[in-house]
Every structure is written in C-alpha cells, then in structure tokens.
Design a protein around this ligand. Structure first.
Ligand code: AMP
Ligand code: GLY
Length: 442
C-alpha cells in the first residue's frame, strides 16, 4: 500500500516506522529534513505542511491510497478536506471535526450542549470587560487560555504563571491586543490533580483506546520551569498509571466516547486518532483539552507498543469502520525521554550540531526517534524545537526507564534531558500527592 504521512517530528517518525512495519510504502511531506523519516520513506518532499494544494498535488503524483496527518496546523488548514476532495482516504479529522482541538470554546460548548461529563466551569471572553465579569463569578482560581492554537504555550494558570488579579487582566489584554491564538479567551476553573493522557483510534462512532500515558510539560526536573511541547512520557505495563485506577481510566474513555458521539450529532464525524488530556481530580477525571491527533511525545509510547497492523487500523479509520480491525498493545511499560537543545523552553540554541550514536542506542536496547532536526551531509543540527526521542520498553517502568536513560547518554552536544521522567522516587511522589488530594492515606 502507498501511504502519505505529513509532518517531520518524532511523532511522525513513530507513525512512519509503524506504517513501514505494516509493509507500506511511505511518502512524506515535511518542513524539516528528519533523517529517521527520510531513511524509512520511499520519497520525501520538503514543503510547508499547511500548503494544502502542494501536499495534495504530491499525494496525487505519487498515487497514494491512504493518508495520515501528524501535526495540528495542517488539520486546521483543511488538509484532510483537501485530501478527501481528491478522493484520498485519510485517517485524520476534517477541519470541522478538528475544532475539538483548534477552538477551545467549541470544545467546551460541545461538551456543555451534549451534557458530556468531565467538563469544567468556563466562560468565553472577547474583551477585558468580559474578563472582569468572569473574575466576579470565578474568583481568581482560574486558567486563562487563548481560544486557538498556540503550540501548547499559551495557557497561563493562576498561582503558577499569574500571581495577582492584575496579572490576569494584563495577560488577557495581551492576548486580545496581540491576537495570540485568535484574540479570544477562554477562562476556566483551575483544576488540581495529576495530568494524564488517553489516546484512541476513532472511526466516527467507535473509540478504541490505547494505553494511558503521562507527559511532562515543564522544561526542568521536578516539574519546574516553563511549559514546553513535552519533555518525555511513560506508560505502565497494564495500560494504567501508578496513580490511575482502572475505574478512572474507563471514565476517561467514556468521556471520549461521549464526545465523539456529540461530534457525530453535530455532523462533524471524528475519524482519526483522538487525544484526551485529563486532570485526575478528587472528583475523578476532568478534561483539560482534546487534541485532534496523536500526542508528541505520547505517540512514541503507544506506537512502540502497538503489535497490530497500523496500516490496517488507519484504513479502518479512514473508511469509518474499525469493527473488524485488531488493536493490540504489548503488555509492557514504556519510557520516552526527549533530548532537547540547550535553552529549550525559553531561548533554544538552534543550528547546533549534535552527535547521535545510533548503534550504541540500539545496543542499549532503546528505540530512537528523530524529532525536529535537520540533516545536512550526514550531520545532524538542532532547530528551535525538540531534537531526539529515546524510548525504552520493558516489563515495568523502572526497567524501561533504565533503557531510555542508557539510550540518551549516546546523544551529545549542546542539549539537555529530564532524567527524572519515569524514576521511581518521582513517581512515588506523584502517587502520594494524588492520595493526599483524594483524601486517602498513603
Ligand atoms: P493545554 O494547552 O490546554 O494543554 O494546557 C497546557 C497546560 O496548562 C496543561 O497541561 C495544564 O498543565 C495546564 N492547564 C490547562 N487547563 C487547566 C485547568 N483548567 N486547570 C489547571 N491546569 C490547566
Ligand atoms: N504532548 C502534548 C501534545 O502533543 O500536545
């Protein structure tokens, strides 16, 4: 089968690797020159991924039979609509269905209208006056979000990034005047707990869930420092997390299923991978956001564990029928650590050469995924985004962590890694904190 994959990060390297394992011939459109993807692909085009016409022309010229889109920006630009108009079945949501990610007010209003559990108190604000009204009814315990896409970096939380009532008003004014993420704001009640991710394959009706994963958004160890796209992630051998029970997981899946049904009722059938970001609170899982795609790094966890035929699953998604597709994951834990340029999170050092000893990483038993780097004449250079993801798989999180840690030692240059991700003492602290929030003794 000839398949188009769009995007040039580690998430897309994991997608292309999974497709290649299905025996697909993969054609890729990406904006950077990712050496891991280039090696697996039949052919690569370096293009702007949001240029719908260019990507559709490439797909047509290569006679692809199926497409999958990694990042959110092309979804918002209508790439899936363009591919489907060209009669290329696509395992990704249309622009209308992708509003579940691209408009935070659409997402909250959809959940409210259809009575989906797990939402939070929210208000949309278009002016500073609206923000002042929201402050009157919420108090200051809130979160300020630009309504549209900001690459995960536009959300500010009271008590963390915003310390006073005036900080809230100043940030709201900045979003509106600089048109950050679309010039409108969503104000939400602030949730307290542990965050986790559930991803699922969706065919418009059915929601087939994957193992739960926990990402780490903060740049520095101990969950300190600025928010990033995600520094690394882990999953547990039973598909749950150390602080997440089967009951909580099932509730998250049920919220995702009800959300997909709500989209169907709005005639925006959701076909594609769906990403649910939840806060486990004292009252159970609450939705922080939905993404209309795999998570990055979370895709590296689940696609490394997937034992079934990924190409066949994508065909089922695109055709709107997953009922006959096998979806099975290895009963193993996974730990993913991202190697990122020095300064990532604030002022990343781009254009720096890094050395990636692929053989040593393989010998350590780890899986290597190249992220947003550029290869030139066999040398690898950083960009302003994350550089390399390294994944360990094993019978439990501790062993998987050791493998990932062994692996990242073989990536050198002006880079850094969060070594605490997946470490036992760090996980124990999360469990204790969650028990405290739920009023349980440790
Ligand atoms: P988002 O871009 O919506 O994923 O938000 C980025 C980060 O902001 C999340 O990973 C959370 O850590 C935090 N956040 C977002 N919404 C809330 C909320 N309602 N309560 C507490 N924290 C939140
Ligand atoms: N890991 C967060 C995201 O993909 O948006």
């Amino acid at each position: 089968m000839r398949v188009l994959a769009v995007g040039g990060g580690a998430r897309e390297h994991a997608i292309v690797r999974a497709l290649a394992r299905s025996g697909a011939e993969v054609f890729v459109c990406m904006k950077n020159s990712n050496p891991g993807i280039a090696r697996l692909a039949k052919e690569v085009a370096l293009v702007d991924e949001t240029d719908v016409q260019k990507v559709v022309d490439f797909a047509r010229a290569k006679s692809v039979e199926l497409a999958i889109v990694g990042p959110e920006a092309p979804l918002e630009a209508g790439l899936v609509d363009g591919l489907e108009a060209a009669e290329i079945p696509t395992a990704g949501p249309t622009k209308g269905a992708a509003r579940i990610e691209t408009s935070k007010s659409f997402m909250r209003n959809l959940m409210k209208k259809h009575g989906v559990r797990g939402s939070v108190k929210f208000a949309k604000a278009d002016t500073v006056r609206d923000v002042l009204t929201a402050l009157d009814s919420f108090g200051t315990d809130l979160v300020v979000k630009p309504v549209g896409l900001t690459g995960g970096k536009g959300v500010k939380v009271f008590g963390e990034h915003l310390m006073t009532r005036q900080d809230i008003i100043t940030y709201a004014d900045e979003i509106i005047s600089k048109r950050i993420g679309g010039a409108s704001i969503v104000i939400e009640e602030k949730l307290v707990g542990e965050e986790f991710t559930v991803q699922a394959f969706c065919d418009g009706k059915r929601v087939v869930p994957m193992p739960a994963v926990q990402d780490h958004k903060r740049a520095y160890e101990g969950d300190q420092g600025p928010n990033t796209g995600g520094m690394g992630s882990y999953s547990q051998e039973d598909g749950l997390l150390p602080f997440l029970s089967r009951h909580d997981y099932d509730e998250a899946v049920s919220i995702m299923t009800d959300t997909v049904r709500a989209l169907e009722k709005e005639e925006a059938d959701y076909r594609g991978p769906l990403y649910g970001q939840f806060m486990l609170t004292k009252d159970g899982p609450k939705v922080i956001e939905f993404n209309a795609r795999f998570g990055d790094p979370e895709a590296m966890n689940v696609l490394s564990l997937l034992e079934s035929d990924f190409g066949a699953i994508c065909e089922g998604i695109a055709a709107g029928d997953l009922s006959k597709k096998e979806v099975r994951f290895a009963s193993k834990a996974s730990v993913c650590k991202y190697v990122v340029p020095q300064g990532y999170g604030s002022t990343p050092l781009s254009g720096e050469e890094i050395r990636v000893d692929e053989e040593a990483i393989e010998a350590a038993g780890a899986i290597l995924y190249y992220a947003n780097v550029n290869e030139k004449d066999g040398r690898v250079f950083t960009t302003t985004s994350r550089s390399v993801g390294v994944v360990g798989l094993a019978g439990n999180i501790e062993e998987a962590e050791r493998i990932a840690e062994d692996g990242v030692q073989h990536v050198t240059g002006k880079v850094f890694v969060r070594h605490d991700i997946g470490r036992k003492d760090f996980l124990d602290r999360k469990v204790a904190r969650m028990n405290e929030i739920r009023g349980l003794s440790a």
